[in-house]
Design a protein around this ligand. Sequence first.
Ligand SMILES: [Zn+2]
Length: 230
Amino acid sequence: MLSFLKEMVAVLLPVRCAGCGRDISFASGQWLCYDCLAALPATDYHLMPMNPVFQLFMHHRQVQFATACYFFHHDGILQRIIHQIKYHHHQQLGLFMGSLMAQMLEHHLASVDYLIPVPLHQRKERQRGYNQASLLANAMADCLHIPVAHHLLRRKVFTPSQTYKGREARQQNVQHAFHLHADADMLKGKHLLLVDDVLTTGATLNACVETLAVLPDVQISIVTLAITQS
Ligand SMILES: [Zn+2]
């Protein structure tokens, strides 16, 4: 009875669109109004094999495919969405965006064996309560029926917020930030998809690729929700 009441309340209470703040019906199961959904700035990079994201990582022979789904502009809708996922505990919005990524990319990810969210340091994950990259990966996994390899790629050192650091400092900061758990042997010979929220310089993902690339015969692909536009 209680769960029925909770469901009724959830259906009746409007939620705010994460893009424009307009009231929308919870019953739609969406966290963006139709206008905002239609206006999401898709990159369509997945349709271009030599897209700018792939070019960032193509020097690793293991990298098969790389893309970022949407443009992240200062004060733009992706900035609002990611801010709510990271700082306002809007985990449902993270799952929703992950399902959009899966719909966009399902034909490009058919050969992927495992999804691997870019890890946060444990201390940061404890502070936030979750890893936003894991939310995206979990939703993609549900839609694509591909398992998530949790906690095999790990973050070693606590990197303080990188927001105010220059490109070079960031790169040095994350270069040796990851390591593999002993159980990561199961990833040998597999096609792994790294999943993250925002691509800025690519330093973090590059460090992840370098860490995974020590696994024999591994193939690596990369997808992020958004890419920053300077
Ligand atoms: Zn809206």
